[in-house]
Write a protein that binds this ligand. Structure first.
Ligand code: 8X3
Length: 269
C-alpha cells in the first residue's frame, strides 16, 4: 500500500459496492479490504461474488486485517429487493453504512438513434440511472442518521462528452453527473461527502457487453495504447474515500495518458 494511503482513516468502516462481482467493482472491493474496511458486496452472480469476497479476505489478511464481508446477490433493477436491502443487511450484522460505491452499470449496443432497441434503452436507463437513484435513496437515511458517509458514483467520459453510437449510454451518464451534483449540494450541511469518479477507456468486460459478446470488437477499442485497468479506478475510488473528512473530491475525471477524448486516441500501431 503506497504511503499516500493513510489506511487508518478507513479502518473499521463499511464499504458497500454494487456491481462487485467483476471489473472496477471487484478491484475496488479488494482495495477497500486491504485498507481495513468491512465490505458489503452486491451483484447478481453469487459464485463470482463469493470469489471476490475470498480474494478480498486474502488481500486484507496480507495487511493484517480481518474484515467482515457480507455477500448478497442483488439485481439493482429489482425494486423490491433494493427496498429490502438495508433491513436485510442490518439482519446480517452490518452496523454502519459508511461508503457507498454506485458502480453497477454498463452500455449495451452501439446503434444510432432510430435503430436503438427499447430493451437496451430500458436496461441502460434502469441500471445506470434509476437503480443508482434507488440505491442511493436506500442508504441515505442511514448516512443521515450517522451524520457521516460517502457516496461515490461511477460516472464516465460519456457523462462529459456525447459521442456517436452512444446516445443512451451518454444520456444516462450525463444524468448521473447531474444527479451527483444535486446530491452534493443538498448534503453540504451534513457529514456526508459526494464524489463522481468518471473514467475514460478502462479495459474490463465493459466493451464485450457493449459489443454484445464480440470479443474482437471489444479488444480493438484498446488496441495500440495502454488503457486504464480496473485497479487504476479502484485506486482513485479508495483515494477519494481516504481523504480527510473536510476534503471532498467532487469530481475525478480519469483518462488513459493516450486518450484525449472519446475519439482522440494515440494508437502506436
Ligand atoms: C467509460 C466508457 O466508452 O464512454 O464509461 O469512455 S466510454
Amino acid at each position: 500500500m503506497p504511503e499516500l494511503f493513510n489506511t487508518t482513516r478507513l479502518q473499521g468502516k463499511t464499504a458497500i459496492i454494487t456491481g462487485a462481482s467483476g471489473g472496477i467493482g471487484a478491484s475496488t472491493a479488494i482495495l477497500f479490504a486491504r485498507a481495513g474496511c468491512n465490505l458489503v458486496l452486491l451483484a447478481r452472480r453469487k459464485e463470482a461474488l463469493e470469489e471476490v469476497a475470498a480474494q478480498a479476505k486474502a488481500a486484507a489478511q496480507t495487511m493484517g486485517q480481518n474484515p467482515q464481508i457480507v455477500v448478497r446477490t442483488l439485481d439493482v433493477n429489482d425494486r423490491t429487493a433494493v427496498d429490502a436491502l438495508v433491513p436485510a443487511l442490518k439482519a446480517d450484522g452490518v452496523k454502519s453504512f459508511d461508503i457507498l460505491v454506485n458502480n453497477a452499470g454498463g452500455a449495451v449496443g452501439t446503434e444510432r438513434v432510430g435503430d436503438i432497441k427499447m430493451n437496451d434503452v430500458d436496461f441502460m436507463v434502469d441500471t445506470n440511472l434509476v437503480s443508482l437513484i434507488q440505491v442511493t435513496q436506500a442508504f441515505l437515511p442511514e448516512m443521515k442518521r450517522q451524520d457521516s458517509g460517502h457516496i461515490l458514483n461511477i460516472g464516465s467520459l460519456a457523462g462529459r462528452e456525447a459521442y456517436v453510437g452512444g446516445a443512451v449510454y451518454c444520456a444516462t451518464k450525463h444524468a448521473v453527473k447531474a444527479f451527483t451534483q444535486s446530491l452534493l449540494k443538498e448534503l453540504v450541511a451534513t457529514g456526508i461527502r459526494v464524489t463522481e469518479v468518471a473514467p475514460g477507456f478502462v479495459e474490463t468486460n465493459f466493451s464485450v457487453i457493449r459489443f454484445r459478446g464480440n470479443e474482437d470488437a471489444a479488444k480493438a477499442v484498446y488496441k495500440g495504447f495502454d488503457p486504464l485497468v480496473a485497479e487504476d479506478i479502484a485506486e482513485e475510488i479508495v483515494w477519494c474515500a481516504m481523504r480527510p473528512p473536510h476534503v471532498q473530491i467532487a469530481e475525478l475525471f480519469v483518462l488513459p495518458s493516450a486518450q484525449g477524448s472519446a475519439t482522440i486516441l494515440h494508437r502506436k500501431e
